[in-house]
Design a protein around this ligand. Structure first.
Ligand code: PDD
Length: 287
């Protein structure tokens, strides 16, 4: 079966899917995106992802390319046409294509919209969750509006590549005060020795993760204590448990940071419980 991609109003074969060479997403990273989990053919936390998409667009003054229902329709078509049962749907909106000029183009230039879907191996994810993953810390060299989900992801690519060379799957960014901000493509969490779950508070220095928001609901439901504050990398080394959250990995245990074993080096009970509970609380909408 050939893969199908949505580009600016058309569903086209993967090999033919293209945007203009002067697209501002390509030239300036003047674009935002969303990644939503597809599970059992259904969309997870769609409303929260769409709300964040609208916010990202608003912060950059990019016009909403189409109505919410129209976007929802495109995502479903792409999922169906690619027969994705478990995987992800990726939606990107750029400010559009125009002769290279830093100023925003006029209202005659419409946003570029791309949507693709692809399967993700649930077996591989489950295996990673069973053993836990390693992370590597890296200085946070990103800009000061990390709350906007832009495609300006070079620092994340550099950090993840450095992590991979060290045998780690994710990088954790560390600010000038020695505190962990978030993962290169995930939010960062630890569990302290009292069993409190700790993650950095929302601000312009981290992405307001949708999985993070839903996990707050899970913690509330489970009556488990949550503390939102910065935590130092040294505190993470000494934590009882650590984990990351993202749409593609939900709750993923971290068992090593910078080569140091976390807890007993195995996924901890709090992390495992949260991973198990996550999909019982997350909003599910049919695709
Ligand atoms: N990344 N922080 C960063 C920097 C991210 O890139 C992501 C998601 C998250 C988690 O957000 P959410 O729970 O809404 O997925 C936090 C996506 C999955 C990606 O870029 O592929």
């Amino acid at each position: 079966m050939s893969r199908i991609v949505y580009v600016n109003g058309r569903y086209v074969p993967y090999a033919q899917a293209a945007v203009h060479v002067e697209d501002r997403g390509f030239q300036f990273a003047d674009a935002i995106y969303e990644v939503c989990e597809v599970r059992g053919g259904q969309l997870i936390d769609e409303a929260r992802h769409m709300a964040r998409l609208a916010r990202s667009l608003g912060e950059l003054e990019i016009a909403l390319p189409m109505s919410g229902p129209a976007l929802a329709h495109v995502m479903r078509q792409v999922i169906r046409r690619n027969r994705v049962r478990d995987g992800l749907v990726y939606l990107q909106v750029t400010r559009g294509a125009a002769p290279r000029e830093f100023y925003f183009p006029g209202p005659d230039v419409s946003p570029t919209v791309v949507c693709l879907a692809r399967p993700v191996s649930t077996a591989r994810l489950a295996a990673a969750a069973l053993n836990g993953i390693a992370v590597k810390s890296m200085p946070d060299i990103r800009w000061q509006r990390c709350d906007i989900k832009t495609v300006m992801l070079l620092p994340a690519c550099l950090a993840k590549e450095a992590a991979r060379k060290d045998g780690a799957r994710e990088a954790w960014f560390v600010d000038a005060d020695g505190c962990v901000t978030e993962g290169a493509s995930s939010n960062a969490w630890i569990v302290d020795h009292d069993g409190s779950v700790i993650t950095r508070q929302l601000g312009t220095d981290i992405l307001p993760g949708v999985t993070r928001a839903t996990l707050r609901d899970v913690l509330g439901e489970e009556r488990m204590p949550l503390i939102e504050r910065p935590f130092r990398l040294t505190e993470a080394y000494a934590a009882r448990e650590a984990f990351i959250t993202s749409a593609t990995q939900t709750v993923m245990p971290v068992v090593r940071i910078d080569g140091r074993q976390i807890g007993d080096g195995r996924p901890g009970p709090v992390t495992q419980r949260l991973r198990l509970k996550f999909h019982q609380i997350a909003a599910i909408s049919s695709a």
